[in-house]
Design a binder for this molecule. Structure first.
Ligand code: MN
Length: 541
């Protein structure tokens, strides 16, 4: 299945580069949920994290290796600087995976060599060679990235790559770390490598890039024409700064424009064989999951997965669409798993029908989770006549993908209106099991609730983002509240869904506080100096 030269390898780095996005902190269970969905989506490689960076990262890579790194599962990868301790940590964390890869990197540009590494070109050449060989002593599958490749002197870059391949690198990844190059410059760089690195045919050529100028996807598609066969990308394009190349855009570009790309992969123009191994009908669900768990909302006009991506407003377009969908639509919404959002269940549907539908949607819940979700479904079905797939997914996500419940919201009550002072009362169970009640006034009902919660919880924080979105259409729709708050320079997100947006707002806040509280109290903020440095360097790959 792997290493096919005539197909594109999708390397997903949502859990590594994506998780480096500001405010995008995922706990171990959330990472596992995303990894499971990425496997269902059919990615070839999951970069699960940076094992050396923290004990939490190590555990996440190890757990994903154990549970997702099965015989028929994807390759599980860990990032590692070209330093023995990093590579050893990656190898240890990856041990349980059937197919594992160590991804090691070192900078090759003069400016990084002089100011960051303080090493000569020949020293870096030796390090690259030795560290690839060291990684190779643990795993067969070794990826090497020359950091800041775009600003490296070409002749030196070719020399480093030649040595890395000779030392055993099976994938050579070329990053445009700062998202500076135009697509044609990026294509030229790939062509230069293909033409000047004598043993390049012994490795798969990969690309990595950032969206600072909005060019990452375009650059990757250009690189394919000159021999790139692996694309490093993230769901919804999340990542450092303006983010990475978006997986869904790359995959759908290759899907919709297969005839254009076929010849570059040595196929006949009309070949029907998919260019990637991705199951495109899982794209929409994966996008929603990543957005929900990271708190990084998808903009409505985002290509492929935005709320408006398949909406036609103009009268001329609507008329054309009714006559023939292909008049104004280059792809079918169903190809990304966006169904017509059918009504599936009602208030008389039983537990079995509920479980069956969830299974069809890809959710296999344990009995206890199923019971909790079923209670929520019954509550919803009482308020809302027709329940859709999106409602069900929203309930399940809400019930199963939450941070540890340290503080529990027992009751929230507000009064507000014009000529009234918004006032909220909350009752909260603390991690110590105490039940505390307090009340506060605010500029509006949500402000009053948050002030009342703060009086009980007493964890200093600033609310930096609050948004409400409806999951489905109609006045009885479920509202989803996503919030982000800041505590000592770190950002934590919380999300909740309910037909009552006041309740959802309170619960989302409690969820964010739980995430903050569990992070602060389990000591994972106290990382060693070396780990902090490692994190900073990973940020630049
Ligand atoms: Mn990156």
């Amino acid at each position: 299945m792997r290493n096919h030269d005539d197909r594109i390898i999708i390397f997903d780095t949502t859990l590594r580069d994506g998780e480096q996005a500001p405010g995008c902190t995922l706990n171990g269970e959330e990472k596992m949920a995303i990894a499971r969905q990425l496997a269902r989506l059919g990615v070839d490689v999951i970069e699960a994290g940076f094992a050396f960076a923290s004990p939490g990262d190590f555990e996440a890579v190890k757990k994903i290796s154990e549970q997702i790194g099965t015989e028929n599962g994807p390759i599980i990868c860990s990032l590692a600087r070209a330093i023995p301790a990093d590579i050893k940590a990656a190898a240890d964390a990856l041990k349980p995976a059937v197919h594992s890869r160590i991804h090691t990197f070192i900078s090759t540009s003069d400016i990084h060599l002089e100011y960051q590494l303080k090493k000569s070109r020949s020293e870096v050449l030796t390090i690259a060679e030795e560290m690839v060989a060291y990684a190779k002593s643990f795993v067969d599958d070794v990826e090497f990235s020359p950091m800041d490749a775009a600003r490296s002197e070409p002749a030196y870059l070719y020399e480093v790559l030649t040595k890395a391949i000779a030392a055993g690198a099976t994938t050579i990844n070329i990053p445009d770390t700062v998202g500076y190059m135009t697509p044609s410059e990026f294509g030229d760089m790939i062509r230069g490598i293909k033409e000047n690195v004598p043993n390049i045919d012994q490795a798969i050529l990969s690309v990595h890039g950032h969206n600072d100028l909005g060019l990452a996807v375009a650059s990757f598609l250009e690189a394919i024409k000159y021999g790139a066969r692996q694309l490093e990308c993230t769901i919804n394009g999340i990542g450092e700064r303006a983010g990475n190349a978006a997986l869904e855009e790359l995959v759908m570009a290759l899907h919709v424009r297969r005839q254009y790309f076929n010849p570059f992969l040595g196929r006949s123009v009309d070949s029907e064989t998919p260019l990637t191994g991705i199951n495109t009908t899982e794209i929409y669900r994966t996008s929603r999951l990543v957005s929900n768990l990271t708190g990084m909302l998808v903009q409505p006009n985002k290509a492929i997965v935005g709320a408006n991506a398949f909406a036609h407003e103009s009268g001329i377009h609507q008329d054309g669409m009714l006559k023939n969908r292909q008049t104004y639509e280059i792809m079918d919404a169903r190809s990304i798993g966006l169904n017509d959002n059918q009504i599936v269940l009602g208030k008389h549907s039983g537990r079995n029908a509920f479980r069956t539908r969830l299974k069809e949607l890809g959710y296999d819940l344990a009995d206890q989770e199923l019971n909790k979700a079923f209670v929520r479904f019954k509550e919803l079905a009482d308020k809302k006549k027709e329940t859709t797939d999106w409602d069900l997914e929203s309930i399940v996500n809400d019930e199963t993908q939450q941070p540890p419940e340290l503080f529990r919201l027992e009751m929230v009550q507000v009064s507000c209106g014009n000529n009234a002072q918004p006032t909220a009362t909350v009752r909260i169970r603390t991690p110590e099991g105490e039940e505390l009640m307090d009340a506060a006034i605010g500029t509006g009902p949500v402000d009053a609730i948050y002030k009342a919660i703060n009086r009980v919880v007493k964890v200093p924080n600033d609310l930096i983002e609050f948004s409400v979105q409806s999951v489905t259409a109609g006045i009885d729709a479920i509202g989803e509240v996503t919030i982000r708050l800041k505590h000592e320079e770190r950002i934590f997100s919380g999300r909740s869904a309910n037909t009552d947006i006041i309740v959802a707002s309170a619960q989302a806040y409690i969820n964010a506080l739980n995430r903050l509280y569990s992070t602060v109290t389990n000591g994972s903020l106290n990382r060693t100096q070396a780990q902090q440095e490692a994190g900073r360097e990973a940020a630049s790959v």
